[in-house]
Design a protein. Structure first.
Length: 164
């Protein structure tokens, strides 16, 4: 995700004429698209990673997926925040959501529109369920390990706490 790659100027071309300053591009893209920006993203002035999913079994084995400080959609479609393309047993859109609650520094797995059951540590998930470090989530044929970046030792709001 981002604002797209800017084209590189040709040799001898004025960079200022080709690439608008980042602050202008950011303002322009937010106002022009009408896209809603999350409170966390707006407060941080960027979209920070708060954790990852790492596929350790299934068609996407070895691949990692970033979790951002908001509700993250999961599915096969590239429209999804977490796009798991290689597993046809995962719904194209809205298979599930992974949410980060910055106020409580907590993560949640939320079933969405899939007719396939989601599993957390081998147990079916039918309602929003809290996640803890190194939980195993099953979407379709993929098993993924949940790895939080934000935790008791670090949050984007408070920084790193030493001595814990």
């Amino acid at each position: 995700m981002g604002f797209g790659a800017a084209q590189s100027p040709s040799q001898g071309e004025d960079i200022g004429a080709t690439v608008a300053p980042m602050s202008y591009r950011k303002q322009q893209s937010e106002s022009d698209t009408g896209k809603t920006v999350g409170v966390f993203q707006k407060r941080m002035s960027f979209e920070p990673v708060v954790g990852w999913l790492v596929c350790f079994e299934g068609p996407e084995k070895g691949k990692d997926y970033r979790i951002y400080g908001r509700n993250n959609t999961v599915g096969r479609s590239e429209k999804m925040d977490i796009c798991i393309k290689g597993d046809s047993t995962i719904s194209r859109e809205n298979h599930a959501r992974l949410a980060y609650d910055e106020k409580h520094n907590a993560f949640y797995l939320i079933p969405a529109e899939s007719t396939n059951t989601i599993y957390l540590n081998e147990e079916p998930v039918y309602v929003p369920t809290a996640l803890t470090a190194y939980d195993i989530i099953e979407f379709g044929d993929c098993k993924l390990l949940f790895v939080p970046f934000c935790n008791d030792k670090f949050t984007w709001q408070k920084g790193f706490k030493q001595g814990l």
